[in-house]
Ligand binder design. Structure first.
Ligand code: HEC
Ligand code: HEC
Ligand code: HEC
Ligand code: HEC
Ligand code: HEC
Length: 163
């Protein structure tokens, strides 16, 4: 009898582990990063690192040579990791966590430069983030896009976003 109970427990636990692995996205970032330190303490503007955010479709993640300007000489372990990636591949392979599917059209410039929105209205309080992201602070769902478009009288017809 107890063997069957142990077996059933084993099956349940395995199923739980598999379900967890499928349902929870496991992003592991290659190095540490601290938005709070750079944005809050050092007062760096978002676009110093995310070059395209005001002028292009994509905000982009920073080139590692930007980091090397300040961290190229430091011997602290975190900076050694970043220097190691820079020497090997030229870039830290940050994992992007904010994605839209291919069938959605979105432009940063349209929202920041023309729409005059702040980054935080869509991305949440990034300036308080002390570790590299493993998930976006706010989800980029169709419901959120449309709620704001309604409020601000921007386009809500399907082919504004789906082309
Ligand atoms: C209207 C909402 C909105 C605003 C405002 C906005 N973003 Fe984004 N951001 C997005 C969406 C949606 C994506 C995902 C885009 C995709 O997958 O093509 C994204 C992606 C990003 C990414 C990931 C890399 C990339 O190139 O896609 C970064 C970094 C980023 N935004 C930074 C910023 C910064 C910095 C600002 C302010 C200057 C900003 N965003 C303003 C919605 C916004
Ligand atoms: C304008 C200079 C400057 C630039 C550019 C810069 N940093 Fe920093 N960063 C600093 C300073 C100053 C500190 C705090 C001093 C320290 O910890 O040695 C710091 C701290 C850090 C820390 C340690 C944070 C902590 O919690 O202690 C990491 C990791 C880091 N930076 C990574 C990066 C990465 C990655 C980039 C490029 C995307 C970058 N930095 C770009 C100046 C800069
Ligand atoms: C010193 C450089 C630097 C500054 C300044 C900076 N960021 Fe970043 N940002 C990064 C790096 C490096 C990453 C990738 C690692 C991480 O997730 O923290 C990142 C990631 C992000 C992402 C997630 C992108 C994705 O989809 O993976 C968003 C959104 C973002 N930053 C928004 C902002 C906003 C908004 C500001 C200003 C309030 C800002 N950043 C200022 C370097 C910077
Ligand atoms: C916080 C408010 C806000 C959010 C969230 C937002 N938008 Fe917008 N969007 C605007 C505003 C305001 C405009 C009009 C900008 C202008 O041209 O003056 C706009 C314009 C657009 C346009 C151009 C429409 C046209 O007339 O052709 C597209 C496409 C678009 N947004 C897509 C998106 C998508 C996709 C999302 C969700 C991932 C999104 N937006 C989220 C406020 C927002
Ligand atoms: C302001 C931008 C915007 C407008 C307008 C918009 N969508 Fe979307 N739509 C999105 C975004 C962003 C996604 C992907 C994010 C998500 O899955 O929630 C999406 C996803 C979808 C999906 C896939 C959903 C799923 O669950 O797989 C369908 C279907 C869709 N939209 C249909 C429509 C139709 C029909 C209209 C017109 C009535 C419309 N959309 C208008 C932004 C928009």
């Amino acid at each position: 009898m107890w063997q069957r109970i142990v077996f059933m427990l084993f099956v349940l636990v395995s199923a739980g582990v598999v379900a967890y692995a499928i349902m929870v996205p496991h992003v592991v970032q290659p190095a540490a990063f601290n938005h709070y330190k750079h944005v809050h303490d050092l007062n760096m503007p978002c676009v110093a690192c995310h070059n395209g955010a005001l002028t292009e479709v994509h905000a982009t993640l920073p080139h590692t040579r930007i980091c090397m300007n300040c961290h190229g000489q430091s011997t602290k372990a975190v900076f050694r990791t970043i220097q190691g990636f820079f020497k090997k591949d030229g870039e830290v392979p940050w994992v992007r966590v904010t994605h839209l599917p291919d069938y959605v059209y979105f432009s940063h410039r349209r929202h920041t430069e023309l729409g005059q929105l702040r980054c935080q209205q869509c991305h949440g309080p990034m300036e308080r983030q002390t570790s590299a992201l493993t998930a976006p602070l706010l989800p980029m769902s169709m419901a959120r896009c449309i709620a704001c478009h309604r409020k601000m009288h921007a386009a809500t017809d399907c082919d504004a976003c789906h082309r």
